[in-house]
Design a protein around this ligand. Structure first.
Ligand code: IMP
Length: 197
């Protein structure tokens, strides 16, 4: 299936491609008039509500264009720290900009609770049917920034399924086997294959 991923984050497109291409799908960024669309995100309502808002806005944007009927993918993701309920969650990118990764490490150090998880909610729709899938990746927050690979919180996130290094050190090959995004995309692909489709 040709999938158009409505996101401004190129890293997410690459990661989705790496999971979905071996499963027989192509993934490219959705462009409207040559631009990546921007969405209104009700972040205070959480990841799932944001993903639902994005898919409805994306479908509205392509209505009446030659893209109507295409398979549109949206995803919302974030990191959740065990020490703080639902934080930063859907506001992960804002918090990263406001206090930086060092600011996050500082808060985690003070709390002495290092557990964390990435979560992703992905929704695919052709305008009439909707498929939703979620992925979680457990881990902990490192005590310093380590590695330069990936994006966002990758340099401070040590996945439980890894070898003690951060995603920033491990890089795409390992991340794409165990990440929240990989699990959400894999789940979507399974739903597309299932007979109840
Ligand atoms: P979104 O584009 O609104 O879904 O924001 C996602 C934000 O969550 C990113 O900007 C990062 O701050 C964080 N995030 C989500 N997934 C990842 C990941 O795989 N690695 C690192 N940070 C992530």
């Amino acid at each position: 299936m040709r999938i158009l991923f409505a996101t401004g984050n190129e890293n997410k497109i690459i990661e989705a491609q790496e999971t979905l291409a071996p499963l027989g799908h192509t993934v490219e960024g959705l462009l409207i008039d040559g631009k990546r669309p921007d969405f209104n995100e009700p972040k205070e309502l959480g990841l799932e509500a944001v993903a639902e808002a994005k898919i409805l806005q994306a479908l509205t944007l392509i209505e009446g264009t030659e893209l109507q009927g295409s398979a549109i993918l949206v995803e919302d993701s974030g990191i959740f720290l065990d020490a703080f309920p639902n934080w930063p969650g859907a506001k992960s990118s804002d918090v990263e900009k406001e206090i930086g990764l060092l600011g996050v490490i500082e808060r985690v150090n003070k709390s002495e609770i290092r557990g964390a998880e990435f979560r992703a909610v992905a929704i695919l729709s052709d305008g009439s049917k909707f498929w939703k899938s979620k992925g979680v990746c457990r881990g902990s927050i490192s005590d310093e920034i380590k590695g330069q690979k990936g994006f966002g919180y990758d340099p401070i996130f040590i996945p439980s399924e890894g070898d003690g290094r951060t995603f920033g050190e491990l890089g795409a090959e390992v991340k794409n086997q165990i990440s929240h995004r990989k699990k959400a995309m894999q789940g979507l692909s399974n739903l597309l294959k299932s007979p109840s489709r």
